[in-house]
Design a protein around this ligand. Structure first.
Ligand code: AMP
Length: 211
């Protein structure tokens, strides 16, 4: 199965770009963070195992990550856009063993800009729809456009968890730059640009792969 990977610090906009690209290529979009949060909110066995880990902003053990990715795979799809996976070298090695990696996009953003963006993030406590008070505002400041539920700050977007998530990014995930760079698969993108400009750069890169 072919795949494209997005990685970057929390707040770099990888989710937005992964979503756009998966639509335009008609690939499955797999966001491991959303998958784990869904398990937690449904109180499944896996959700109960990872709830505390996620709340602290730590990484979930690799085996559980492989398990959750495996459980949502749609084998009839043309390909997958991975968003938030891989995040460790062991996960990256697993990925290249099991998938044909077409391209890996690293969305580069300064930490101060990332904190700015994350502090504006809100999620509906009832239906899980995501908002950003700067770039994707709800019509009413504290309520969900879709279901009217109250908008809250995700537990793992609070300052203590965010600093842990950044630390995990620097100590574990940043090494993927060298790993994929050595394989000639890496494209680095300035994530400080607008959503449209970044999407255009990504589309050009993908277009060049096919030509
Ligand atoms: P995210 O919203 O993508 O930052 O993911 C939220 C949380 O889910 C992370 O802080 C981790 O606890 C967990 N998680 C998501 N993807 C992975 C992964 N590939 N490896 C380990 N933990 C993950």
């Amino acid at each position: 199965m072919q795949c494209i990977v997005f990685f970057g610090i929390q707040g770099s906009g990888k989710g937005t770009q992964a979503e756009l690209l998966s639509h335009s290529l008609n690939f499955q979009h797999i966001n491991t963070g959303d998958l784990f949060r869904d398990q937690v909110s449904r109180g499944t066995e896996l959700g109960l195992r990872v709830r505390e880990i996620i709340g602290r902003g730590e990484l979930v053990p690799d085996e559980l990550v492989f398990q959750i990715v495996d459980s949502v795979l749609e084998p009839e799809r043309k390909g997958i856009v991975f968003d938030g996976f891989p995040r460790t070298l062991a996960q990256a090695e697993f990925l290249v063993r099991h998938y044909e990696v077409l391209r890996v996009f690293f969305l580069q953003l300064e930490e101060a800009d990332a904190i700015n963006r994350i502090s504006a993030r809100r999620v509906c406590g009832d239906c899980g729809t995501n908002y950003n008070l700067k770039s994707n505002r709800p019509q009413r400041p504290d309520l969900c456009d879709k279901c009217g539920g109250a908008l809250i700050i995700r537990k793992d977007d609070r300052p203590e968890a965010i600093s842990k998530r950044f630390a995990e990014f620097y100590s574990q995930t940043l090494a993927l730059k060298d790993f994929f760079g050595e394989q000639g698969l890496l494209t680095e993108i300035n994530a400080g640009n607008s959503i449209d400009a970044i999407a255009g750069e990504i589309a050009n890169t993908i277009g060049n792969l096919n030509s």
